[in-house]
Design a binder for this molecule. Structure first.
Ligand SMILES: Cc1cc2nc3c(=O)[nH]c(=O)nc-3n(C[C@H](O)[C@H](O)[C@H](O)COP(=O)(O)OP(=O)(O)OC[C@H]3O[C@@H](n4cnc5c(N)ncnc54)[C@H](O)[C@@H]3O)c2cc1C
Length: 414
C-alpha cells in the first residue's frame, strides 16, 4: 500500500516511536496530544527507564493469585487497591485471574519474549544518529533478594527466562559488596544480567526523539481526540469539534485508549495500573547500575539528575488522586537498601501503566476497521517495547507482514 496521511492519537513513547517510523517510511504524520511529549502527565515521563530485555513474565501467575488476598490487606505490600474502585475493576480482574493458568502463562511469556528480546537493538535502530541516542546507558541489571531462598522460591520466573536464554550470574553477599559497599545487609543474594540498557532520563529521551521527528517534517497538534470513526477514509474528532481525515489513524493513548477504542467499535480490557517514583539526591553516591529490589517491587535507576526509585502497583482508576502509602513504602525500601546513606528526597510522581488482563499489548487492526491501528497496553514494559511496536505499526500501515506472529496482541481478543 502507498503511504499517505497518518494521524496518531497520543504522543507518549509509543506514539512518538510509531510517528518516527511512519515518517521514515514516507507518511505525512501528525501526532495529536493535549500535553507536550516529555511532560509529567505522561506515563512515559516517570518510569524507571529500563529497556528490560528480561521481562518475559506476565503479571498474573498462580503464585500471585494465591498471595493476592494477603497482599491487598497488608499495608507493607507493594500492591495497592482503592476499594471503592473494585466494582469497576471486576470486568478486568476476572480475565486477569484466568490468565494466571499455567498454560496461558507459557503462551503469554512467549509472546512477551518476542517483543522484548531485541529491545536494545530496536531502540538503537530508532535513535542512532538522533539527539535521543545520548540518553542510552549500557551495563548490568542487579536484582537484590533478601536471601537465596527468595530467589529459589520463584522457580517459574527463572525457568521461563532460561527457556529464552536469559540466565543470570549469581552473587552472594560478598559479591554484592564488591560491586557496591553501600547495599544494606537485608540483601544477602543477587542476580546479574549483562548487556542491559537503561535511559538516563526517559523524559529527555522522549522529548529529543520528538524534536527530531518535528525537525524532519513531522507535525504536532496540541489537542485531545474525542472519537475515532473507521471507514474508507478514517476520521477523528478533536475536542473543539474539528474533524480530521486520514489514510491511517493510530490509537496510542496509553491507559486512556479504552474509550477511544470503543468509539471505533472495539471493546478492549484495559486498566490504569498506577505506579510511583521518588527521586533521591545524594552527595557522592552513584549507583553503578540499576537495581531491582525484589521484595519491595521497585527499581533504583541512576539517572542524569537523581537516583530514581520507581515501581509498586495500585488499582484505582484514571481519575483518583495519588495515594500517600505507595510513596512511603518506596522510601522505606530505599532506607533498607541503603541504611548508611542519607538522601535528600526530591519529587514524587504517579503515572498510569496501560495494562491488559493478559499482560500483552494491543497491536494491530480489526477486520471491520483496517485503517485504525491500535498500539497501547505496554504495562510495565511500554518503554522497552516502544521502538519495536513503532516498527510493527509502520509495517502494518503499509500492509507489510511483520516477522512475528501478531495474533497474541489482537485488539479483538477480549
Ligand atoms: C513507576 C513506573 C515505572 C515504569 N518503569 C518502566 C521501565 O523501567 N521500563 C519500561 O519499559 N516501562 C516502564 N513502565 C511502563 C511505561 O512507562 C509505560 O508502559 C509507557 O510509558 C506507556 O507509554 P504510552 O506512550 O503507551 O503511554 P503514555 O506515556 O501515558 O502516553 C499516552 C499519551 O496519550 C495522551 N492521550 C490521552 N488521551 C488522549 C486523547 N483523548 N487524545 C490524544 N492524546 C491522548 C496522553 O496525554 C499521553 O501523552 C513504568 C511505569 C511506571 C508507572
Amino acid at each position: 500500500m502507498a503511504t499517505g496521511i497518518a494521524l496518531i492519537a497520543g504522543a507518549g513513547i509509543t506514539g512518538v516511536c510509531v510517528a518516527e517510523w511512519l515518517r521514515r517510511d514516507g507518511w505525512s504524520v501528525t501526532l495529536i496530544d493535549p500535553v507536550q511529549p516529555g511532560s509529567p502527565e505522561q506515563t512515559s515521563y516517570g518510569n524507571a527507564g529500563l529497556l528490560s530485555r528480561i521481562s518475559v513474565m506476565p503479571i498474573a501467575t498462580q503464585s500471585l493469585v494465591r498471595q493476592l488476598p494477603s497482599m491487598l490487606r497488608d499495608p507493607n505490600s507493594p500492591l495497592f487497591m482503592r476499594w471503592s474502585y473494585l466494582p469497576r475493576l471486576l470486568p478486568w480482574l476476572v480475565p486477569f485471574l484466568r490468565s494466571a493458568r499455567a498454560e496461558r502463562v507459557e503462551e503469554i511469556s512467549a509472546a512477551l519474549a518476542a517483543l522484548t528480546f531485541d529491545a536494545n537493538e530496536q531502540h538503537l535502530a530508532l535513535v542512532r544518529g538522533t539527539p535521543a541516542e545520548a540518553f542510552i546507558r549500557k551495563g548490568n541489571l542487579v536484582s537484590l533478594y533478601r536471601d537465596r531462598q527468595a530467589y529459589d522460591g520463584d522457580v517459574l520466573t527463572s525457568r521461563t527466562r532460561e527457556k529464552f536464554g536469559l540466565v543470570p550470574e549469581l552473587l552472594d553477599r560478598k559479591g554484592i559488596l564488591d560491586r557496591d559497599p553501600s547495599i544494606g545487609s537485608a540483601y544477602q543474594f543477587a542476580t546479574v544480567f549483562d548487556d542491559y540498557c537503561w535511559l538516563s532520563s526517559p523524559a529527555a529521551y522522549l522529548a529529543a526523539l520528538f524534536e527530531h521527528f518535528l525537525r524532519n517534517g513531522g507535525c504536532f497538534r496540541r489537542s485531545r481526540v474525542v472519537s475515532l470513526e473507521p471507514g474508507t477514509v478514517a476520521r477523528l474528532t478533536l475536542e473543539d469539534g474539528e474533524t480530521l481525515t486520514a489514510d491511517t489513524i493510530v490509537l496510542a493513548s496509553g491507559a486512556w485508549s479504552k474509550t477511544l477504542a470503543r468509539s471505533a467499535g472495539v471493546r478492549v480490557r484495559l486498566e490504569a495500573e498506577r505506579g510511583y517514583h521518588v527521586e533521591l539526591h545524594s552527595n557522592g553516591y552513584r549507583a553503578p547500575q540499576p537495581y531491582f529490589v525484589m521484595d519491595a517491587k521497585f527499581v533504583l535507576t541512576p539517572m542524569d539528575h537523581a537516583l530514581r526509585a520507581a515501581g509498586v502497583a495500585e488499582f484505582g482508576g484514571l481519575d483518583a488522586p495519588p495515594s500517600k502509602r505507595p510513596v512511603e513504602l518506596i522510601k522505606e525500601g530505599v532506607r533498607r537498601v541503603y541504611p548508611g546513606l542519607k538522601f535528600e528526597i526530591g519529587q514524587s510522581w504517579m503515572g498510569n501503566r496501560p495494562t491488559t488482563p493478559d499482560s500483552l499489548p494491543v497491536i494491530g487492526a480489526t477486520e471491520g476497521a483496517p485503517n485504525i491501528l491500535h498500539a497501547y497496553g505496554g504495562q510495565h514494559i511500554g518503554l522497552t517495547i516502544g521502538a519495536k511496536v513503532g516498527r510493527i505499526v509502520a509495517d502494518l500501515a503499509r500492509r507489510r507482514r511483520p516477522n512475528l506472529d501478531l495474533r497474541p496482541y489482537r485488539p479483538d481478543r477480549f
